[in-house]
Design a protein around this ligand. Structure first.
Ligand code: ATP
Ligand code: SF4
Ligand code: MG
Length: 355
């Protein structure tokens, strides 16, 4: 059994009189201790909502939010837990670095006290020992002059500094699972590399499981063991990292790979963005949601949601019964006309973009 097992997770937003939004639509993935799993996709594909649902942070009854499926952590069904038990697990076992750092820090308490509080609560440290450890954590996330910074309030730090302070707090808990939602987007490249290195150390040293959320496949290239590519609330491709970079099969994954800046690019060569925008999508019930943007679209793509398949089972036309998902290999994709293997750059060259 994996540490975290997310199975057929769905989240629907539907206020009375408004169109129902299926933000997450049957998402399944697992995370083992010491494993780094990426959730990757463009803005609006359901990455943050997936994380918030797992953390029990979506509004509950009466809000028009409906959460379905399962999220099992160490054998415990998180989606059924009461608020109090969930609060205990958050912080102690599962920590999250949020996309918006300002809303996650207490504005009237100096950063240092917030980090020291975490160390006291989760690691039983106090006094000088806690203050020293807090300064060392700030130093490790690249905050200069940490002893002085500890006395400052969140509003005195830049956005990037706040994000780093938040990462320091999450690392301070030594959680069993850390969910990092776009943790490096607001940071410059040097600090970004430093933070990724820190997250790598955390996983290596303490066996923490890490769910890494990003819109940028380049960021996860050097970090993730397994990558799940999301589009319109569904996982459209899953594979072990090297396999995904060497042999992407879903045209959307291919598009994401083509938009990563590469070190081996010929000077002046342009990146190839994916045509259209995420707003150009079909409801899954009418066919593949990516069809309006897809160069490989064929008639078979329309009429219903393409089933998950793998190279052994081959494309699944609507009239064929979909393969049993539990019998599929680790590399699976939701496409009826997948990109042929070898049609995209090799893994060796992509390794060079690894941060
Ligand atoms: N409270 C809400 N009410 C209605 N719809 C929502 C709500 N929160 C999110 N959504 C919708 O759910 C979908 C998924 O949103 P989500 O925030 O998970 O995207 P994301 O992949 O994290 O994108 P980004 O990269 O921009 O952070 C979007 O279409 C969004 O508009
Ligand atoms: S199912 Fe069809 S439209 Fe969807 S990604 Fe595959 S080829 Fe493109
Ligand atoms: Mg998000």
């Amino acid at each position: 059994m994996s540490l975290m097992e997310v199975s057929d997770l769905s989240v629907r937003f539907g206020r009375r009189g408004q169109r129902v939004v299926r933000a997450v639509d049957g998402v399944s993935f697992t995370v083992d201790s010491g494993e780094v799993v990426g959730l990757v996709g463009e803005s609006g594909c359901g990455k943050s909502v997936t994380a918030l649902a797992i953390m029990g942070l979506l509004p509950r009854t009466g809000s028009g939010v409906r959460v379905g499926g399962r999220a099992t952590f160490d054998g415990m069904e998180l989606l059924q837990l009461d608020q109090r038990s969930m609060r205990d697990i958050r912080g102690r076992d599962i920590a999250m670095v949020f996309q918006d750092p300002l809303s996650s820090l207490n504005p009237v308490v100096p950063i240092g006290i917030q980090v020291v509080e975490v160390l006291a609560r989760h690691r039983g440290m106090s006094g000088d020992e806690a203050r020293k450890e807090a300064a060392s954590l700030l130093d490790r996330v690249g905050i200069p002059d940490p002893t002085r910074r500890l006395k400052e309030y969140p509003h005195q730090l830049s956005g990037g500094m706040r994000q780093r302070a938040l990462i320091a707090m999450a690392v301070a808990c030594q959680p069993r699972l850390l969910i990092a939602d776009e943790p490096t987007t607001a940071l410059d490249v040097t600090i970004q590399a430093q933070i990724l290195e820190l997250l790598k150390d955390l996983v290596r040293e303490s066996g923490t499981a890490l769910i890494m959320i990003t819109h940028d496949l380049g960021v996860v290239a050097g970090l993730c063991d397994t990558i799940n590519v999301l589009y319109a609330g569904k996982v459209v491709e899953t594979a072990e990292r090297r396999e995904l970079f060497a042999k992407p099969r879903h045209p959307y994954t291919v598009g994401l790979l083509a938009s990563i800046p590469r070190l081996d690019a010929v000077r002046g060569e342009k990146l190839t963005p994916i045509r259209g925008s995420v707003r150009d999508l079909l409801p899954w019930a009418e066919g593949c949601a990516f069809a309006p943007r897809c160069d490989r679209r064929v008639e078979e793509c329309l009429g219903g949601t393409p089933a998950l398949t793998d190279d052994r089972s081959g494309p699944v036309p609507h009239q064929r019964r979909p393969p049993d998902e539990s019998a599929l290999s680790g590399h699976r994709y939701r496409c009826v006309n997948p990109t042929p293997p070898g049609a995209v750059p090799t893994q060796e060259t992509l390794e060079e973009v690894t941060p």
